[in-house]
Design a protein around this ligand. Structure first.
Ligand code: ME8
Length: 659
C-alpha cells in the first residue's frame, strides 16, 4: 500500500473451487482484510476484492470425480468460501466468481484488445502440462523427465492447436519495471528471484486449450468454438473485470491495485504474466505484488493424505477468531514460511493477549473503579508523564510505515513495546502507594496515562482484532473511526474526561494441558469425535481437576513437607534481556542470603522491592533460569487486577516459619 493514497485497492487471489478453504486461504484473506480495515480507518477510499477461480481442467476433473457438473460443483464450493469469509466478518467489497457473466465479457474484451494489438497469434503447442498447477512446462524443466517441478505430480504431454501471447517481447519492459519500481514485488528477496527468472529468458505463453471445454470461449469474432481460454489468463483478469472492465467501468477509478496479496506459489503468474498482459492492454501496473510464505502444520506440509489440513473454522471456534487473526499476523514475518501449532497459538493467547493486553485493560478497570469511581481525567497526564508519552508517541509515529512495507509482524511488535511501557509504568509508579500517600492526582494521572495509551493501541489494533478491540473501545469510551484515529493517533490529543465501563475478561487463559488431551483435535479425520471446541474441553478439564482435588486431599504432614518462611529482600536487580525476571537476594536468617529469580518484573520495579518482607518456599530444589541459580520461590497471587506478592501483615523476625 502507499502512504497518502486516496484510492486503495486490495485483492486476494481468487481461490480454486476444487477444495474447501484451509488455513492458507484464511491467512491471505485475513491479511487483506486487516489492510483494508486499516486503510478505511486511516481515511482512504478502499475497495477490497476476493472471490473464486472456477474454470480449467483441474475443476472439471474434480467435478467429474464427484459426479457433478462443473458449474454445480463450482457453485457449491464457491458458496462455502463466501460463507466462511462472511462468518469471519471479512470486509470484502466484492466477491467475484469467474463464472460471472460480466467477468466472461470483460475477459473476452481484453483478449480481443491484445489480439488486435498484435500480441496474440495462433500456433501449435507441444509440451507438458501439470493439471494440478494449471501450468505449462518444457521437458527440460521437468523432474526425471515427467514430474512437475512445482508440485511433483505427473505431467501430461499436450500437443494441440493454441493461441499464444507474445510474452517474450515483454522481457525488457518487465525488467525495466522491476528496476524502476523499487517495491513492486515484496519482499525484496522474492523480487530478485523473479528478476533472475525473467533474465533467463521468457517463452511465449500458450493461452488457449482445445482438449476440454470448461472455460471462457474466445471472442466470437475469432470463430474458434473449440478453444477455451487458459485458466490463468481468465483468472488474472478478475482484478480488472471486478471493477467493471469491459462492462460499465463503474469502479475503474480504483485501478491500479495498491496491493495484490498472493502466496509465494503464485508470485510468478502475478509478477510476470499479469504485468505483461496489462502492458499489452495499455493499463497502469499494480503498485505492489506482495507474496507471503507457506504455512506448514507441526513442521509438515499440509495434505489431505496426511490428514493434517487445518480447518480455519475449527481453529476460530476453538480459540476465538480474533486470537486466530492475531496469531497468523504476528507469528511469522511476512514472506517467511510459518508453522502452525496449537502450542504456539496458546502461548500467544496467554502471553501477548492475556497478560500484556487483556490484563492491562483489567488493571484500568480495577484501578479506575477502586480509586476513582470509574471516572478518569487526563488533566495531569502531561504534568507527570511527558516522558512516557513521548516514548509511546515516538514508537507509534513509525508503525504505519511497517504496514506500507508489509512488515506486519513489526507493526505488532512495536505496538507490544508500547503495551510494555504501559505495564511497566504501573509497576514503577505503583498507584496503590500513591493513593496511600494521599497523592490522588498523581495516581489519577497514571491511570489516565495508561488509558490514553490503550486508546492509541486500540485504534491501531482494531484492524487485527475487530471484535475484541471494539470491546476495549467500549470500555474506555472511545469510538473507532477516522476522526478518532486523526485526533488520538495523529494529533496526539489526550482523551477528555472518560468514564470506564466494565467488560468481561477478553482473553481468558487457556490451559496447556489441552495439548496433550487433544493433539489431533484440529485434524479433519473420519472420526470427527473432537468436533467440540477446546473451550468446552477446557471447562470439562477444570471440572475434572476440581473433582480430582477433592479426592486428593492431603494430610497436614504432607503440607508441612513444604518449608515456608518469612524473608526480607535486601537486593533486587533486573535480569538483562528478560522481560519477566528480577534477581533478588533474600535474607532468611541463614548464613548466606538466597538468590531467587522471580517472574515479577512486569509488576514490580526492582528498587521498590528492597526492604520488603515476603513469603518464601524455602525447601525447593534449586533451579537454573537464564543460566542463573534460583534457590527458592516467592508466594504471589495473580488475577485480573495483576500480580501481588503475599506478605505478612506486620513485619516478622527473618526466617520465621509460616504455618
Ligand atoms: O492458486 N500457506 O488458487 P488456490 C499459505 N486460483 N498460503 C496458502 C497455503 C499455505 N499452505 N495454501 C494456499 C490459485 N494458500 C489460483 C489463484 S489468482 C488470479 C488465481 C493461499 O486455491 C495462498 O494465497 O490454489 C496461495 O497463493 C493461494 O492460497 C492459492 O490458492
Amino acid at each position: 500500500m502507499n502512504k497518502n493514497c486516496k484510492n486503495v485497492y486490495i485483492t486476494t487471489p481468487i481461490y480454486y473451487v476444487n477444495d474447501v478453504a484451509h488455513i492458507g486461504h484464511a491467512y491471505t484473506t485475513i491479511i487483506a482484510d486487516m489492510l483494508a480495515r486499516y486503510s478505511r480507518l486511516s481515511g482512504s477510499s478502499t475497495y477490497f476484492l476476493t472471490g473464486t477461480d472456477e474454470h480449467g481442467q483441474k475443476i472439471a476433473q474434480s467435478a467429474i470425480s464427484r459426479n457433478k457438473s462443473p458449474m454445480e460443483y463450482a457453485t457449491e464450493i464457491s458458496s462455502k468460501f463466501k460463507t466462511l469469509w462472511d462468518d469471519f466478518d471479512i470486509t470484502y467489497d466484492k466477491f467475484i466468481r469467474t463464472t460471472d457473466e460480466e467477468h466472461k465479457i470483460g475477459v473476452q474484451k481484453a483478449f480481443l484488445k491484445m489480439y488486435e494489438k498484435g500480441d496474440i497469434y495462433k500456433g501449435e503447442y507441444e509440451g507438458y502440462y501439470c493439471v494440478s498447477c494449471e501450468t505449462f512446462f518444457t521437458q527440460k524443466q521437468l523432474i526425471d523427465e515427467q514430474f512437475c517441478p512445482d508440485c511433483g505430480k505427473t505431467t501430461s504431454i499436450v500437443k494441440e492447436e493454441s493461441y499464444f501471447f507474445k510474452l517474450s517481447s515483454y522481457e525488457d519492459k518487465l525488467l525495466k519495471w522491476y528496476e524502476e519500481s523499487e517495491d513492486c514485488i515484496l519482499p525484496r528477496a522474492k523480487k530478485n528471484e523473479i528478476i533472475n527468472f525473467v533474465k533467463r529468458g521468457l517463452r511465449d505463453l500458450s493461452i488457449s486449450r482445445t482438449s476440454f471445454d470448461w472455460g471462457i470461449k474466445l471472442p466470437a469474432c475469432l470463430n474458434e468454438p473449440k478453444h477455451v481460454m487458459y485458466v490463468w489468463l481468465d483468472a488474472l483478469m478478475n482484478y480488472i473485470t471486478a471493477l467493471g472492465y469491459g462492462n460499465d467501468d463503474k469502479n475503474m477509478n480504483q485501478w491500479p491495485a495498491s496491493v495484490h496479496l498472493v502466496g509465494k506459489d503464485i508470485l510468478r503468474f502475478h509478477s510476470i504474466y499479469w504485468p505483461a498482459f496489462l502492458m499489452s492492454l495499455g493499463m497502469p501496473l499494480p503498485k505492489h505484488i506482495a507474496a507471503h510464505g507457506w504455512w506448514t502444520r507441526d513442521g509438515e506440509k499440509m495434505s489431505k493424505s496426511k490428514a493434517n489440513v487445518i480447518d480455519p473454522k475449527e481453529v476460530a471456534n476453538a480459540y476465538g477468531l480474533d486470537a486466530f487473526r492475531y496469531f497468523l499476523l504476528r507469528e511469522v514475518p511476512f514472506g517467511q514460511d510459518g508453522d502452525f501449532s496449537q502450542k504456539a497459538l496458546i502461548d500467544r493467547i496467554n502471553s501477548d493477549l492475556g497478560n500484556d493486553l487483556g490484563n492491562l485493560l483489567n488493571r484500568i478497570i480495577g484501578m479506575s473503579g477502586k480509586y476513582f469511581d470509574f471516572h478518569l481525567s487526563s488533566k495531569d497526564v502531561l504534568k507527570y508523564h511527558t516522558k512516557e508519552l513521548e516514548e509511546v508517541n515516538s514508537i507509534l509515529k513509525n508503525v504505519e510505515e511497517y504496514i506500507y512495507k508489509m512488515q506486519i509482524n513489526k507493526f505488532l511488535e512495536d505496538i507490544w513495546k508500547v503495551l510494555t511501557i504501559a505495564n511497566k509504568a504501573i509497576g514503577d509508579y505503583a498507584p496503590w502507594n500513591l493513593i496511600k500517600e494521599n497523592k490522588k492526582d498523581e495516581a489519577m494521572a497514571l491511570v489516565a496515562l495508561i488509558t490514553n495509551i490503550m486508546a492509541k493501541v486500540a485504534l491501531l489494533l482494531h484492524c487485527v482484532m475487530p471484535e475484541k478491540i471494539s470491546k476495549i473501545a467500549q470500555c474506555i469510551g472511545i469510538q473507532i473511526n477516522t476522526q478518532a484515529y486523526e485526533r488520538i493517533l495523529k494529533q496526539n490529543i489526550l482523551l477528555a474526561d472518560t468514564r470506564i465501563t466494565k467488560v468481561e475478561a477478553l482473553f481468558p487463559r487457556i490451559e496447556k494441558i489441552l495439548l496433550e488431551q487433544a493433539p489431533n483435535m484440529l485434524v479433519k479425520e473420519e472420526n470427527k469425535t473432537n468436533e467440540k471446541t477446546i473451550k468446552e474441553n477446557s471447562q470439562k478439564t477444570s471440572k475434572n481437576n476440581d473433582e480430582k482435588e477433592n479426592d486428593n486431599l492431603i494430610s497436614i504432614d504432607k503440607f508441612f513437607e513444604t518449608s515456608l518462611k518469612i524473608g526480607t529482600i535486601i537486593e533486587a536487580n533486573e535480569v538483562p534481556k528478560s522481560k519477566k525476571l528480577l534477581k533478588l537476594q533474600v535474607d532468611l536468617g541463614e548464613k548466606n542470603t538466597r538468590q531467587i529469580l522471580a517472574g515479577i518484573k512486569e509488576f514490580y520495579s526492582a528498587e521498590n522491592l528492597i526492604g520488603t518482607q515476603v513469603c518464601i518456599v524455602a525447601n525447593l530444589k534449586p533451579a537454573k533460569l537464564m543460566g542463573m541459580l534460583s534457590e527458592g520461590m516467592l508466594l504471589a497471587a495473580k488475577d485480573e487486577n495483576g500480580l501481588h506478592l503475599i506478605r505478612p501483615e506486620k513485619n516478622k523476625i527473618i526466617g520465621t516459619n509460616i504455618s
